[in-house]
Design a protein around this ligand. Structure first.
Ligand code: 5AD
Ligand code: FES
Length: 343
């Protein structure tokens, strides 16, 4: 079943419960009852950016900054690989301390440690264009870079002058370099327009994304948006459902921000068309310094403990964790992955 944007929009307005039901059906048609796991490694909380919403923005001087070096990251990956994880997401602030050579050596060593049996996802912001190619060549498979909001004025205001156009250009460059591409947005940002949610969802479709990360904005008290009102989780859940209907083959995570806002937020996202979970395997002493938003969950747990917890949570909504590499079906269909492997 292919849904048009108009049909999705009508369903959202007329019967949002039905929207979620249809999204779950479609998700099961593509991915069965499988929920893919990704091991998240927050490798640096240094950031040159000053986004108004973010708890590790440059101006937040009370943050205890850390960088995980090559050896520490390799040790985390080794442990994750032994635990069965087959995708590692290296996420950090925009931190030029990690130059091209450093990142490429890291990527090559992760690939050889895991005998080419795992996927590596990078999420470290806008970098010089030539680096994307080098990182792809060195073994990175996927890149996550949310556009955050499709509203150009709001984007520029929230992101310290960086334009939506620049963000979209970076996504284009990444795509041209052969990456499996993920982007997405926050719901409930302050000063959104009534049609912002729809515009965000439409942009995901327009970009033909392979992965879509959606999370509720949660105001952080040490940022300029401290006084913003918390919007309900439902907006994020409906966004997941709409994106699933428009991009049936995409990988869509049930995000940590959803689980932070409501105790069963991630399970509810799985029931609205999400099919990915991302346990945070950053060592506890560092992950507590990576607070993009307050009250983040799983700070005391090791990430490996989370896998057990997530397994139970999945069963609660009639799904099963999968330890497969879990490329998005849309990316597999594009044939890039195979073409790349042959060369
Ligand atoms: N609330 C929720 N999500 C946030 N992010 C950053 N700050 C916040 C916040 N206060 C999200 C952004 C970013 C991702 C890594 O985390 O969408 O892309
Ligand atoms: Fe981390 Fe439940 S998922 S404790």
């Amino acid at each position: 079943m292919i849904f048009s944007e108009q049909e999705v929009l009508d369903l959202y307005h007329r019967n949002p419960e039905e929207l979620c039901r249809q999204a779950e059906v479609l998700c099961r048609n593509t991915y069965g009852n499988k929920v893919y796991l990704r091991g998240l490694i927050e490798f640096s909380n240094y950031c040159v950016m000053d986004c108004l919403y973010c708890g590790i923005r440059k101006s937040h001087s009370a943050v205890k900054r850390y960088r995980l070096d090559h050896e520490m990251i390799m040790a985390i990956v080794r442990k994750g690989y032994e635990a069965g994880l087959r995708t590692f997401v290296l996420q950090g602030g925009e931190d030029p301390w990690y130059d091209e050579a450093y990142l490429c050596r890291l990527l090559e060593n992760i690939k050889s440690l895991t005998r080419d049996q795992c996927a590596i996802t990078l999420s470290c912001g806008i970098r010089p264009r030539h680096e994307y190619r080098a990182m792809k060549q060195a073994g990175a498979d996927r890149y996550l870079m949310r556009f955050e909001t499709a509203d150009p004025e709001l984007h520029q205001y929230l992101r310290g002058g960086v334009t939506l156009k620049q963000r979209l250009q970076a996504l284009d460059d990444l795509k041209a370099s052969g990456f499996e591409i993920g982007s997405g947005f926050m719901t409930g940002l302050p000063d959104e327009k009534p049609d912002s949610l729809i515009k965000n969802v439409s942009l995901c479709k327009e970009l033909e994304l392979d992965m879509v990360g959606i999370g509720p904005f949660i105001p952080h008290k040490a940022t300029p948006l401290a006084g913003a009102k918390q919007k309900p989780l439902s907006e994020a859940l409906y966004a997941v459902a709409m994106v699933r209907l428009l991009l049936p083959l995409a990988n869509i995570p049930a995000t940590t921000a959803m689980g932070t806002l409501e105790p069963d937020g991630r399970e509810r996202a799985l029931e609205c068309g999400a099919n990915v979970l991302m346990p945070n395997i950053t060592p506890a002493e560092f992950k507590k310094e990576y607070l993009l938003y307050p009250d983040k969950i799983c700070l005391e747990e090791s990430g490996f403990e989370c896998i057990g917890c997530l397994s139970l949570r999945c069963r609660g909504v009639n799904r099963e964790l999968s330890f497969e590499i879990g490329h998005s079906q849309s990316f597999m269909n594009k044939g890039v992955y195979y073409a790349d492997k042959k060369s």
